[in-house]
Design a protein around this ligand. Structure first.
Ligand code: UD1
Length: 386
C-alpha cells in the first residue's frame, strides 16, 4: 500500500484524538512535542467526549495544559456498540473538514479504535501510540480495541519491548514499529513537583484527621467491568479491602461506574468504616500526590501499574493478567487477581518487606514524546504507508 503525499500539499497536519481519561495524560506531552517541530506541521485535537464529567475530563485538560479541542464530538456514554458507532459517525465529518495527513490515536479505549477505523477507511494513515500491549484476555474490551487498532495502524509506537514481539507475531511489519518508551511517564516526570499531597486532599474532603496515628496509607482504584459489574465479585473484593483497611488506612477515589455499581448492589454501607475514605475521581495532580506517598497501591488500571513502577511504589494489580509485563518483570507490580488469599499475601509481603524494589524500564525517561515527534517528522518526509 503506497499513498504518496500530494505534491501540492506542502503543510502537513496531524489530527490527534482523545476520548477518555487515560488518553489525556498521554496526549499532553505528544502535542507539546509536535508543536515544537515548528509551524510546518499543523496539529489539531478532536475530543470524542467519551468522558465528560468535570472530574473525569475538565480537571485533566486544565492541570496538564492540553490545548482546548478544535472539535468536541460529545458522544457521552453508551453500550460499547452504541458508543463506538456514535464516535465513528461523528468523527467522519470532522475528518472531512480537517483533511489531515495522518490521525494520531493513543491507548486502547473505544474512541481509539473508532477513530482509527474511520481514518484508515478514508485512506488517511493512522499513528498509534502505546501499540502492541497485550493481556491475551479477549474478555477485556480494551484488548479487542488494541488488536484491531494495531492491525489498521501505519506507524506504531511501543512503550516496552514486549510490544514489538506481540506486533510481529500478529503479522505487522517491523518497519512500521518504533520502540520509543512511555509518554505517560513523560507527563509524570514533568508534574511530579506539582503533585498535591494526600494531607491537602484529605483536608479538602473534610477528613484531615484520617491518617492521624497511622504509618502511611494504601490507595485503591477499581473500575474494570470484570471487577465491578458482578455484585458477587465486587463484594468479595470490597471485603478483602476492608481486611486491608484494618491494618492500613485506605484512600479510595471512585470511578463513576464503580460508585453506580456499589449503590445498585447495596454495598455502600459496608464501606462505612473509619479506616476507609471514599473520594470522588481525582484530578491528575491529586492522583499523582496520592500514589507518590502511598505504601501500596491496589488497582485494576493499566496506567497506574506503570505510574507506580516509575515512582517505585509497590502495586498490587486486581486482575489476573497484565498487558504491561515490564511492570512485573522489572517494576514494582504484583499480579494478584481477585482471589482474597492472593491479594492479602501480596499485601503482607509489602507490609513486612516493603515490596519489590523494581527499576524504571528502558526509555521511561521523560523523552518518549520527543522521540515520537522526531519519528513522525521523518515518517512524514519519507512517505506514509509501506
Ligand atoms: C473507559 C475505558 C477504559 C479506561 C477507563 C478509565 C473503554 C472500553 N474503556 O472505561 O479502558 O480504563 O475509561 O476511566 O473505552 N461515566 C460518567 N462520567 C464520565 C464518563 C463515564 O459518569 O465522564 C460513567 C457512565 O455511567 C458510563 C460509565 O461511567 O456509562 C462508563 O464509562 P465508559 O466511557 O463507557 O467506560 P469506562 O468504564 O470509563
Amino acid at each position: 500500500m503506497h499513498t504518496a503525499m500530494p505534491a501540492s500539499q506542502t503543510r502537513r497536519s496531524i489530527l490527534c484524538v482523545v476520548g477518555a481519561r487515560p488518553n489525556f495524560m498521554k496526549m499532553a506531552p505528544i502535542m507539546a512535542a509536535l508543536a515544537d517541530l515548528g509551524p510546518e506541521l499543523a496539529v489539531s485535537l478532536v475530543h470524542t467526549g467519551q468522558h465528560y464529567d468535570v472530574a473525569m475530563n475538565h480537571q485533566y485538560f486544565e492541570a496538564l495544559g492540553i490545548p482546548q479541542p478544535d472539535i468536541n464530538l460529545e458522544v457521552g456514554s453508551g453500550s460499547h456498540a452504541a458508543q463506538t458507532a456514535e464516535v465513528m459517525r461523528r468523527f467522519e465529518p470532522a475528518l472531512d473538514k480537517k483533511q489531515p495527513s495522518a490521525v494520531l490515536v493513543v491507548g486502547d479505549v473505544n474512541s481509539t479504535l473508532a477513530c482509527a477505523l474511520v481514518a484508515t477507511k478514508k485512506g488517511i494513515p493512522v499513528i498509534h501510540v502505546e501499540a502492541g500491549l497485550r493481556s491475551f484476555d479477549r474478555a477485556m474490551p480494551e484488548e479487542i480495541n488494541r488488536i484491531l487498532t494495531d492491525q489498521i495502524s501505519d506507524l506504531l509506537f511501543t512503550t516496552e519491548r514486549s510490544g514489538r514481539e506481540n506486533l510481529l507475531r500478529e503479522g505487522i511489519a517491523d518497519s512500521r514499529i518504533r520502540f520509543v518508551g512511555n509518554v505517560m511517564i513523560d507527563t509524570l516526570r514533568r508534574n511530579l513537583e506539582r503533585a498535591v499531597p494526600a494531607s491537602q486532599i484529605l483536608k479538602e474532603a473534610g477528613k484531615e484527621t484520617f491518617l492521624n496515628g497511622h504509618d502511611g496509607y494504601a490507595v485503591l482504584t477499581m473500575h474494570r467491568p470484570s471487577n465491578v459489574d458482578d455484585p458477587g465479585t465486587l463484594r468479595t473484593l470490597l471485603e478483602t479491602i476492608l481486611k486491608i483497611s484494618a491494618r492500613l488506612p485506605v484512600i479510595f477515589p471512585m470511578h463513576p461506574r464503580t460508585r453506580a455499581m456499589i449503590e445498585k448492589s447495596g454495598l455502600g454501607e459496608m464501606l462505612d468504616v473509619p479506616q476507609l475514605v471514599q473520594l470522588p475521581p481525582m484530578g491528575y495532580l491529586e492522583m499523582l500526590g496520592l500514589m507518590k506517598d502511598a505504601r501500596v497501591v491496589l488497582t485494576d488500571s493499566g496506567g497506574i501499574q506503570e505510574e507506580t513502577t516509575a515512582l517505585g511504589v509497590p502495586c498490587i494489580t486486581l486482575r489476573n493478567n497484565t498487558e504491561r509485563p515490564v511492570t512485573v518483570d522489572e517494576g514494582t507490580n504484583t499480579i494478584a487477581g481477585q482471589d482474597p488469599a492472593r491479594i492479602l499475601a501480596a499485601f503482607d509481603e509489602i507490609m513486612q518487606g516493603g515490596g519489590k524494589a523494581g527499576r524504571v524500564p528502558e526509555f521511561w525517561d521523560g523523552q518518549a514524546s520527543t522521540r515520537i515527534a522526531a519519528a513522525i517528522r521523518s515518517w512524514l518526509e519519507n512517505g506514509l504507508r509501506s
